[in-house]
Write a protein that binds this ligand. Structure first.
Ligand code: 6R9
Length: 672
């Protein structure tokens, strides 16, 4: 029997947007039966310079020609106008858009909608002044400060396509994204404050620009926000403060086609370089706003806090766009949950009387492990809805969130979605249905989700299969930048007619969805999505490595941590004719192993970023492979994962069963 937690939300607020399972079902049915009417009504709440001619046209089946999705065709609008100007027109200019809470608890300030608009307009004018125009791609590589949001909205206002790169990525990873996007303009800051650390960004950006140059891309404009106080030696950098100083605080809006691109966000796939996921304007706008309103049961007067970094999709949709489109007041937090102490999240919730709090299971698990006084000394009675995203949440963490943080009075919403989906796809709605810890429950409006067997038939209840979506929702990505073929192959070729999410899961008898995990080689470390290939490519730069597989191994706090399995070259400097196996035979080799491990970790830090540093490097004799020579990362995962130690998946396709036996033996000696 699953644990079922009945709607506690009702105790606190009987005015939930959707307050019964019947009204959820009625609205969901309406959204599926007549999507054009449903989404047309939602879209009418926004300002359109020219109204759309057609709500939806699409092809989801590769057999019928190229995949395409168009929402609100013929319409002209602007997402920045709808996020800011519209609220001011409606007399809400003095409402706080963001409470900024800095890394240090004594650094905080607030921005009303009116002030934010003025700052965005100044910045849009600044972009225009230096020659950025509609359609240009602009890379934003910044800390979690208000200028990051201003930069994003400043681009959106003039039709430039923003591409935010998470501040934890290395210069190599940054350069790959700049080159792929063909961006000639970068907006950055001198550094990042993260707890007690000050991380300089200028050298990373300079190195990335050098790599771009080697790849025939000249980055001609770099705008630098002075934040931490590091000095920029480079005169080529344009000072943010000087640039905006002379710019006017009004800037006319560029009216854009519904399907014009809004942003690119790079994400990891199972193979190859990161994918430039492209979202377009109108559909994303409508979907970000509606999902934010319903899944978090947002009402006027609430204070919403999504802790996600804007470098990831959650930050785009639920730190910036969704809340602003609903005229909400949100928190923007620069720091980390454990600085200056483990009560920082809770002290912020108390300070601003946060009503909705949205974070990742990894944060919940790490806070759960701390002394309870960090939590108990804060008054959290303002909270109504607690959200999670990024990976499945184990029921222990769910129950702690529900009981210790929410005092059994808040709805917990486990939201399942992806960079590619633009907004949440499957989630309980607060007040609508009982929750089950670990299940993301029911599809959002306009979403039709299925679990399919490999032959394409629907899986029975309780049966694990591939999660697919049957029809477009407004927030779906439109393509992979410059690679529509890869878009079709990655998402539409496995089950023609369906979007394949790349996750497996099952429905229970109540129709609740349970996500099991990725079916590809994408890892999830502290909720950060990392492709096996990105780590492997970095490792392979070491000349002693013949073969490598990077695998996400179950980890108590991070969800997964990266383990790298490598086979050494027979003639490498390390081997000396022996193959190192279960233990390192002599001191010389032991030292060589330490050196190797350090170098491999460094390579990953340089090529990808510190957040992708492998936890363990394991030298093996051979990697498990299929008869056709494909590395079976799934088997490595099963063998070395603590929780799954006993249960190995299907081994029938392994070319050499002895390899498995050796690996199991080796796993035993590693003191798991
Ligand atoms: C929003 C985001 C997407 C992948 C996705 C899935 C995993 C996200 C989840 C979840 C179980 C949830 N995922 N939310 N798994 N339950 N509530 O995280 O986007 O970074 O693109 O990652 O994350 O595996 O396919 P992204």
């Amino acid at each position: 029997m699953d644990t079922v937690v009945d709607v506690p939300f009702r105790l606190l607020n009987r005015k939930a947007h959707i307050n019964s399972i019947e009204s959820y079902r009625a609205m969901h049915t309406r959204s599926i039966k007549d999507p054009e009417k449903f989404w047309g009504e939602v879209a009418s709440e926004f300002y359109w310079n020219i109204s759309w001619k057609r709500v939806l046209s699409y092809n989801f089946n590769v057999r019928n020609g190229p995949i395409f999705i168009k929402w609100f065709e013929g319409g002209k609008t602007n997402i920045c106008y709808n996020a800011l100007d519209r609220h001011i027109q409606e007399g809400k200019g003095e409402r706080v858009a963001f409470y900024f809470e800095g890394n240090e608890p004594n650094t905080f300030t607030s921005y009303t909608y009116r002030l934010l608009l003025q700052k965005v307009c100044k910045f849009s004018n600044a972009l225009l002044k230096i020659g950025v125009k509609k359609g240009d791609r602009v890379i934003i590589y910044m800390p979690m400060i208000i200028e990051l949001i201003i930069a994003v909205l400043g681009c959106a206002r003039i039709g430039a396509v923003h591409s935010v790169v998470f501040g934890g990525f290395s210069s190599e990873a940054l350069a790959i994204r700049i080159v792929d996007a063909g961006a000639e303009c970068i907006i950055t800051a001198d550094g990042i404050l993260r707890g007690p650390k000050q991380i300089p960004l200028i050298p990373i950006v300079q190195k990335a620009i050098g790599i771009c140059k080697d790849n025939n891309l000249v980055v001609s404009k770099v705008i630098l926000k002075n934040w931490v106080g590091f000095k920029a030696e480079d005169e080529k950098f344009i000072s943010w403060d000087n640039l905006v100083d002379t710019c006017k605080s009004e800037c006319s809006v560029e009216w854009l086609d519904s399907e014009d691109p809004l942003f690119l966000l790079y994400t990891s796939g199972s193979t190859g370089t990161p994918k430039g996921v492209l979202h377009s304007i109108a559909g994303y706008m409508v979907y970000a706003s509606l999902t934010h309103r319903y899944a978090f049961d947002y009402h006027e007067g609430d204070v919403f806090w999504c802790t996600a970094d804007i470098g990831w999709i959650t930050g785009h949709t639920y730190t910036i766009y969704g809340p602003l489109l609903n005229g909400a007041t949100s928190i923007l937090f620069e720091g980390i949950p454990t600085y200056p102490d483990g009560g920082r999240f809770w002290s912020i919730c108390e300070k601003y009387a946060v009503t909705q709090f949205y974070t990742a299971p990894t944060a919940i698990r790490s806070l759960m492990g701390l002394d309870s006084h960090f939590l108990e000394k804060h008054d959290l009675s303002s909270l109504r809805v607690l959200g999670t995203v990024g990976e499945s949440i184990n029921s222990e963490a769910w129950l702690w969130y529900y009981k210790a943080v929410g005092k059994q009075k808040c709805a917990v919403v486990d939201t399942y979605w992806q960079t590619e989906t633009g907004g949440l796809m499957v989630s309980p709605l607060p007040g609508a249905a009982p929750a089950k810890p670990g299940s993301c429950a029911l599809p959002f409006f306009g979403v039709q989700v299925q679990v399919l067997n490999p032959d394409g038939t629907p899986a029975a209840a309780g049966q694990e299969g591939c999660i697919v979506f049957d029809r477009p929702w407004p927030g779906i990505m439109r393509t992979i930048f410059k690679d529509h073929n890869r878009f079709e192959k990655s998402y539409f070729s496995v089950f023609p007619g369906h979007y394949t999410a790349g996750d497996s899961g099952f429905f229970d008898e109540d129709g609740y969805l349970w996500v099991v995990g990725r079916i590809d080689d994408v890892m999830s470390v502290s909720g950060h999505r990392i492709g096996a290939s990105e780590v492997e490519n970095a490792i392979a730069l070491n000349k002693d490595i013949a073969e490598v597989a990077a695998v996400g191994i179950d980890h108590e706090v991070k969800g997964q941590s990266i383990w790298v399995f490598c086979v050494l070259r027979p003639q490498g400097t390390l081997n000396e004719g022996e193959i190192i196996l279960y233990s390192v035979p002599n001191l010389k080799l032991k030292l060589a192993m330490v050196e190797l491990t350090n170098d491999l970790k460094l390579k990953v830090r340089q090529q990808v970023g510190a957040f992708a540093t492998p936890e363990r490097i394991v030298v093996v004799e051979s990697l498990p492979k299929t008869r056709s020579g494909k590395i079976m990362r799934r088997l490595l995962r099963d063998i070395f994962s603590r929780v799954k130690k006993q249960k190995l998946g299907d081994c029938s396709t392994v070319s050499e069963p002895q390899v498995i036996k050796n690996l199991v033996k080796q796993a035993m000696t590693l003191q798991l």
